[in-house]
Design a protein around this ligand. Structure first.
Ligand code: NAD
Length: 357
């Protein structure tokens, strides 16, 4: 099969880690006889330097015409003082909206061999963790009407509004159930239905969508309880689905219990198969270009691309298993290094994963 992939190395460590993910994809292409065609485009700080814009039109067009997009990271101190709409991070919001991406998928996986990095007690995490947080990305309170006004008592007040429509909830719920069906067949929907009307509608619609997936178990948790349960008993979770703001907070909490930012991939998906795949970390300017960055989050993002955009489940599993094998053989980049382990750089880690595919 043939797939066109737009690549956006971006800034900082972006080029270092994207290079390794491309090598892994090329190796998978050889092994399974797929043609992956890569087109590199600019976004973020390097795009500002080259064109004056964080997200040039050419980049948007190439991404829209591609089967998927692989991104490293954008941003850095060089561009920190630019006005809001000219900052590198604007490229991410622009890409999400141009590609119609409304579902953010963030797996929080704690590998058995990295258990020591987890801040929770060993008896809580057992053999490791494997949770996916599905966050609604384009609605809710972050996109509602907001403003300030003077109230009847003459005091200034501010407001933000939280709205969700039935179609918005339906489509994100479907995304979560579609993912759960390929995993452990459990969805936990997180809301605040004891207080918020939008959460009551959320709960109703998620329950309705669940009827189309009889093999998937559904339960509901209030967000305050969900935040506690993630720490108390994270193994109860398979797929968590939640709104934009709750998902923002819970996905960070879930990733922190895995202990390492350099290990975690993410995907943003919409109605068609074109997704945006990127590590959850930033551009790490402190270690850029030094062969120190951990490329695993980006390599696992490429595996997610194979699974979710190209439905190449076996190939995705092969990449994930190769990562597990390399970690099991005690190879570590600096960020996940501990005593008795063998430290390697970005390139060596990429090569080891390629060898184990
Ligand atoms: P960061 O994630 O870049 O770095 C935080 C710390 O983690 C640093 O010490 C860094 O060296 C380390 N780190 C991150 N990724 C690593 C990896 N793969 N391997 C080894 N160590 C790694 O966060 P920050 O320092 O807050 O932000 C730096 C820049 O990145 C800022 O300009 C920020 O706006 C941008 N940023 C971009 C994205 C994105 O592109 N999606 C996300 C977050 C931050």
């Amino acid at each position: 099969m043939e797939f066109n992939i737009a690549t956006i190395p971006g800034d900082g460590i972006g080029p270092d880690i994207v290079e390794q993910a491309i090598n892994v994809l090329k190796q998978i292409g050889k092994k399974y006889k797929h043609n992956f065609n890569f087109t590199e485009v600019l976004a973020g700080g390097c795009a500002i330097d080259a064109t004056g814009e964080p997200l040039p039109m050419q980049t948007i067009r190439t991404c829209q015409d591609s089967d998927s997009v692989l991104l490293g990271a954008v941003g850095g101190p060089k561009w920190d003082n630019l006005p809001g709409d000219k900052r590198p991070e604007k490229a991410l919001l622009g890409l999400r909206s141009q590609l119609g991406l409304y579902a953010n998928i963030r797996p929080a996986i704690l590998h058995k061999s990295l258990k020591d990095a987890c801040p929770l007690k060993p008896e809580i995490i057992g053999d490791g963790l494997d949770i996916v947080v599905v966050r609604e990305l384009t609605g809710g309170i972050y996109f509602g009407k907001r403003g300030r006004m003077i109230n009847n008592q003459g005091n200034e007040e501010a407001f933000d509004t939280l709205t969700y429509s039935i179609p918005e909830i339906e489509r994100i719920a479907k995304s979560a159930f579609d993912i759960a069906i390929k995993r452990n067949k459990k969805v936990t929907s997180v809301d605040k239905a004891n207080i918020l009307e939008s959460s009551r509608l959320w709960r109703e619609i998620v329950t309705e969508v669940a009827k189309d997936y009889p093999e998937v178990a559904l339960n509901h948790l209030y967000v305050d309880n969900a935040a506690m349960q993630l720490i108390l008993n994270p193994k109860q979770f398979d797929v968590i689905i939640t709104s934009n703001m709750f998902g923002d907070i819970l996905s960070d909490e879930a990733s922190m219990i895995t202990g390492s930012i350099g290990m975690l991939p993410s995907a943003s998906l919409g109605n068609d198969k074109t997704g945006l795949y990127e590590p959850i970390h930033g551009s790490a300017p402190d270690i850029a270009g030094q062969n120190k960055a951990n490329p695993i989050a980006t390599i696992l993002s490429a595996a997610m691309m194979l699974r979710y955009s190209f439905t190449l489940e076996e190939e995705a599993n092969v990449i994930e298993n190769a990562v597990t094998k390399v970690l099991g053989s005690n190879y570590r980049t600096g960020d996940i290094m501990s005593s008795g382990m063998k430290e390697v750089g970005t390139k060596e880690m990429g090569e080891l994963i390629c060898k184990n595919l």
